[in-house]
Design a protein around this ligand. Structure first.
Ligand SMILES: Cc1cc2nc3c(=O)[nH]c(=O)nc-3n(C[C@H](O)[C@H](O)[C@H](O)COP(=O)(O)O)c2cc1C
Length: 360
């Protein structure tokens, strides 16, 4: 018999099987040391900044600040959710968080499913003590909502890391390849119930793809659920189908992952899709952003914040100093894009690109 659903219809089907920590460890290693990137680009590279020969702005006095989930960010840059739950992941999270604090960035931790199922793992998600001021996002999967998780788990995830908001990640293609959760029926209703309950408690719920992009239809339906913001993580960076192919334990799953390695809406299109549906929903852009120009282009296309996963992970794995140097370079490049296109602040960047299509 299924339990009474805590967040709307439909009722839960079965309890989710426990997450295996070894699988998460393998994701880290594969993302660090294997060729996991899409062959196709994000599409951001096709957009060129309007060069402003008479910018009337000072490179030194640009305003990069913005807000996200009720916090002020010193710059529109985020460290995407990646990891947690093991000692090594905990150390990486601390490095990421210290750098986020130093530069005034936002950050998400990886799926907290491991720690929600085994409280002993919670300490490897906690970063608030080193990053008291950052916009911090908790995280678990939409698939868990379908399997019965709800307000209680969401609250626990947020409280565990003293987060400002919760990410619900959506990853149907990854689950299909993994042989994980493959029944997403009823997710909208449960997401809607969760958004309503958490909104009443002042906790914003953001929905995010993990790197396959959002269609206009998905964006519209997520807005209808009452989500407070979106991360439209699209294709062009880390291919989660390719990651799963490399992690596969059977030849059949490896072939399936390889077949879908290029599946996904490129990040540029994913941003435009969301903005066609809503001009003002808080929007994080992720998926294949590698430098400050990519961040600037994402902002020019309509995102409020640019976010990076693997690019940050590679530097954090090297050292905290390497990560800080990388963030410094990203912010410098972003500033030069703003200066060169005459944008005194982040909002003013929007629209300052044109499509650089040699065929036209
Ligand atoms: C090692 C690793 C683990 C990840 N784990 C999660 C996760 O637990 N939850 C989530 O929402 N996204 C997760 N992601 C997805 C990223 O947040 C991001 O959406 C995706 O990698 C695309 O961005 P990129 O091209 O900058 O890597 C993970 C990414 C990496 C590299």
């Amino acid at each position: 018999m299924s339990a009474q659903s805590p967040v709307g219809e439909p009722e839960v089907r079965t309890a989710p099987p426990r997450r295996d920590p070894a699988a998460k460890r393998q994701h880290l290693d594969v993302c660090l040391y294997e060729d996991v990137e899409y062959r196709k680009p994000t599409g951001l590279e096709a957009w060129t900044f309007q060069n402003e020969a008479l910018p009337e702005v000072s490179l030194e006095h640009l305003d990069l600040s913005c807000s996200l989930a009720g916090r002020r960010l010193a710059a529109p840059l985020m460290i995407s959710p990646m990891t947690g739950g093991t000692p090594r992941a905990g150390e990486l999270n601390l490095r990421l968080a210290r750098v986020a604090q130093r530069f005034g960035l936002a950050m998400g931790v990886g799926s907290q499913r491991l720690a929600l199922e085994d409280a002993a793992r919670a300490r490897w998600f906690k970063v608030r003590h080193v990053a008291p001021d950052i916009a911090l996002f908790a995280n678990f999967g939409g698939a868990q909502l379908v399997r019965g998780w709800g307000v209680d788990e969401a609250r626990r995830a947020v409280e565990m890391i003293e987060a400002d908001a919760l990410f619900i990640h959506l990853n149907p293609i990854q689950e299909a390849i993994q042989g994980g959760d493959q029944d997403f029926r009823g997710l909208s209703a449960r997401l809607q119930g969760l958004c309503t309950a958490l909104h009443a408690e002042g906790i914003p719920v953001f929905a995010r793809e993990v790197g396959f992009g959002l269609s206009e239809n998905a964006a519209r339906r997520l807005l209808d659920c009452g989500i407070a913001g979106l991360d439209c993580a699209g294709a062009g960076g880390t291919s989660w189908a390719r990651v799963e192919a490399l992690c596969a334990r059977s030849e059949r799953r490896r072939v399936l992952g390889e077949r879908f390695a290029e599946w996904g809406i490129p990040t540029s299109q994913s941003i435009l899709n969301v903005r066609r549906v809503s001009a003002d929903i808080p929007l994080i852009a992720c998926g294949g952003l590698r430098d400050g120009m990519d961040v600037a282009r994402a902002l020019a296309l309509g995102a409020d914040v640019g976010s990076m996963a693997r690019a940050m992970l590679l530097r954090a794995n090297e050292s905290e100093a390497a990560l800080a140097a990388f963030v410094e370079s990203v912010l410098t490049e972003l500033r030069v894009c703003m200066f060169g296109s005459g944008a005194a602040n982040v909002k003013a960047l929007r629209g300052r690109v044109f499509r650089d299509d040699p065929a036209v």
